[in-house]
Ligand binder design. Sequence first.
Ligand SMILES: [Zn+2]
Length: 406
Amino acid sequence: MSYRRSLFVLMLMLAVLFAACASAAGGDLPAQMREIETTTAETTTETTTEETTTEKLLTPVDVNVMMIGDMLLHTNVQKSGIMSDGSYNYDHLFEHIQEEIEWADLAVVNQEVIIGGKAIGIKSYPCFNCVEEVGDAIVKAGFNVVLHATNHTWDMGEKGLTNCLNYWKENHPEEIVLGVHATQEDADKITVWEKDGFKIAMLNYTYGLNGFKVTQGKEYLVDLLDKDKVTDDIRRAKEQADFVIVFPHWGTEYTFKADEMQTEWAQLFAAEGVDLVIGAHPHVVEPVEWVESSQGNRTLVYYSLGNYVSAQDKAYTMLGGMAKVTIHRDEHGEVSISSYDAVPLVTHRGDGSAKSFGTYILTEYPESKAKKNKVIAKDSRFSIEYVTNLWNKTMGEEFAIQTDGE
Ligand SMILES: [Zn+2]
């Protein structure tokens, strides 16, 4: 600390010196004094050029964020991970999006179902539980951020959640697990991820727990969308990081646009200066838009990515989305979203036999597979054309899938 401080003092002295030189030479004074804090090397280089400046240049950084929607593990999805020798393996659920995961610095999955493990066993709707190997597959696929604040977090009560927290801590301590906490101390901490000194804070909340309430006195276990708490968290996140992402579990199921609750929360997020919001829960895709606060803050909001995988019965629940966002910090410390996209996904619903489920990028989903999607027996509307049209209608021109116009 004292070393850093004395370094800082040295920098300041250098800065003052350079500023004086700049003044004498009729050059511009530094615009942002706070950026003088590091690297003398670049500053020195600067002084050797004609245009004298004390601004230290940062290394430009790009951070790629990708996220998929709900891992809604109905019985047959879970059974698709039981191999012929009786062991569990869920790698097949992610094999068709491997490239997209590798692209990301932050690969985020909405783990709708608690990982209470084999001690509880496979449980499906309305109260879900899954085995540890689901988490193993998530990590192996390359996801480094897992969202656990969902309306199903309390499906197996405190026991399920405790098992889940222990599973992550003991098996994958490096994994960033959001929305659930083993202690108050952990709940009070803002999760900040860093790349080349560029800091990104991440927050995850759910609107509720399907009528359940967490154990009294242990409210820290799950992060709920509580206005006071969320506002306080965001303010602290903004103090600690350069960019803030909120992952809310919100909205109305099976509606293809944001509801009142979502638009109100999106306004709050924008007003508080949140940079990016990626939502989940409605089981269908919802639009992406920039939300502007009255003070002029702009927040990019993905309202819902729909299901990543499920065995739901409606054709429209087989369509999901993948968020892909690139965040850029330039050499002056300016941070912006430099590109963003929404990629259509489709769940191939199988019969529950080993590896029978899978999720594809819609434009890569083979027609031969689509014809065998088990959802057809429940909803005959399902086809590649049906989900393509639904995607284009919901997401609008900006993200439309170009069809050949046959
Ligand atoms: Zn949900």
